[in-house]
Ligand binder design. Structure first.
Ligand SMILES: *[C@@H]1O[C@H](CO)[C@@H](O)[C@H](O)[C@H]1NC(C)=O
Ligand SMILES: *[C@@H]1O[C@H](CO)[C@@H](O)[C@H](O)[C@H]1NC(C)=O
Ligand SMILES: *[C@@H]1O[C@H](CO)[C@@H](O)[C@H](O)[C@H]1NC(C)=O
Ligand SMILES: *[C@@H]1O[C@H](CO)[C@@H](O)[C@H](O)[C@H]1NC(C)=O
Ligand SMILES: *[C@@H]1O[C@H](CO)[C@@H](O)[C@H](O)[C@H]1NC(C)=O
Length: 351
């Protein structure tokens, strides 16, 4: 569960620190409010959340919101279940609260942040979508490949594990599209293992196959926002260690960000079977994804993207000529070089 526990006595200070950290890092904060404050009739008691929302509005914090985390586990955690219809109504209540506060009248709201879409979880999502599908800006769920208490290194290398995510995406999409076709779906928490992960495994090279393959699968199935659980924590699903040294998944993420653009391409590989035939012993061990390369960091010259022709050759730098008498237009946020031809200025003559 990728959330900070906030001590009651000093929550204002904790929120300040959290917000400042996100702000300084260029990150946008999505705050999950406590969904477990409940009235006797099981509806959400928002009084506690309202104090926090008002406090952050006073500080003009730019925050998006959600309500709760893995609501499908509430019965196991607290002995009190919350069904999808009720949770949807709670979201509607939260939306009304936010609309009354000017800073947040148009703030984004995400949910329901469910776990693995097993049968009862799909039912929860269905009830939620019926009641609140039009209220949330994106539908969110979480995925952990392995049970963090029992996984071994050989578990991380089972190729059939790589394919489990695909089925889950389809299940979520089916429910979402039945209620609100085209609504964005976000994977709001992903890690190799649940329960904080396993020492020397969840943060090792062995777990990286799951991570990189997840990015490929999600993009190819139209999910364009993925939140990693986590960047830094006291478990072992993190991207940097306790001394902030990058771990394998960090380096992979860095390369991915630099090379892989957001547009995923359809791919057919001749002679390769994507799905094993039933009964075949050798399963497919290779996963290939294709994307347009990332244009992030890139520079255009007169509307043309500048890229190397090959390892050692610069591209032609083509000027755009203007006829005499034409107005020079200097667009905002651009950098320009102008050559004025045939001026023949004295100071520019050689010797
Ligand atoms: C909601 O919770 C607050 C305490 O957080 C309590 O004072 C209030 O009475 C509760 N409201 C209802 C309707 O139960
Ligand atoms: C549930 O209880 C709350 C707090 O007492 C109340 O405001 C709300 O109207 C009740 N909801 C229903 C459906 O009775
Ligand atoms: C708040 O943050 C979101 C996401 O980064 C951004 O799109 C929006 O413009 C920001 N709103 C304000 C008022 O700065
Ligand atoms: C959902 O929960 C609410 C409140 O606990 C209850 O009133 C309602 O009947 C439940 N709905 C379904 C479909 O189970
Ligand atoms: C994890 O690996 C480090 C470095 O190899 C080792 O010192 C440590 O004992 C290992 N921890 C566990 C719990 O295996």
């Amino acid at each position: 569960m990728p959330y900070l526990s906030i001590l009651p006595m000093e929550w204002e200070r904790s929120l300040d620190k959290l917000y400042n950290f996100a702000d300084c890092s260029g990150l946008h904060l999505i705050f999950a409010l406590n969904a477990l404050c409940r009235n006797p009739n099981n509806s959400w008691n928002s009084s506690n959340a309202l104090s926090l929302i008002k406090y952050s509005a006073g500080k003009k914090y730019n925050i998006s919101w959600e309500l709760g985390n893995e609501p499908n586990n509430y019965r196991a955690l607290t002995g009190r279940a919350v069904n999808g219809t009720q949770l949807g109504k709670d979201y509607a209540q939260l939306k009304r609260l936010l609309q009354l506060i000017r800073t947040y009248s148009r703030a984004s709201l995400y949910g329901p942040n469910i776990g693995r879409p097993k049968k009862n979880v799909v039912a929860l999502l269905d009830g939620f979508m019926k009641a609140a599908g039009n209220i949330v800006d994106a539908v969110t769920w979480q995925h952990y490949y392995l049970d963090g208490r029992v996984a071994k290194v050989t578990d991380f290398l089972k190729t059939r594990l790589l394919d489990t995510l695909s089925d889950q995406i389809r299940k979520i999409q089916k429910v979402v599209n039945a209620h609100t076709p085209g609504k964005k779906i976000w994977l709001e928490g992903i890690g190799a293992t649940s329960e904080g992960g396993i020492t020397n495994l969840s943060d090792s090279y062995a777990a990286s196959f799951l991570w990189l393959n997840s990015l490929g699968i999600l993009a190819s199935q139209g999910i364009d926002v993925i939140m990693r659980h986590s960047f830094f924590d006291h478990g072992h699903n993190h991207l940097v260690d306790q001394n902030f040294n990058p771990l394998p998944d960090y380096w992979l993420s860095l390369l991915y960000k630099q090379l892989v653009g957001p547009r995923a391409l359809a791919l057919h590989v001749a002679g390769l079977q994507r799905k094993p035939r039933p009964g075949r012993v050798i399963r497919d061990k290779l996963r290939i994804y294709a994307h347009c390369t990332s244009h992030h960091k890139s520079v255009q010259l007169n509307g043309q993207l500048l890229t190397m022709v090959d390892d050692g050759t610069l591209p032609p730098l083509k000027p755009r000529s203007l006829r005499p008498g034409r107005t020079l237009v200097i667009p905002p946020l651009t950098m320009s070089f102008y050559v004025v031809k045939n001026v023949n200025a004295l100071a520019c003559r050689y010797r």
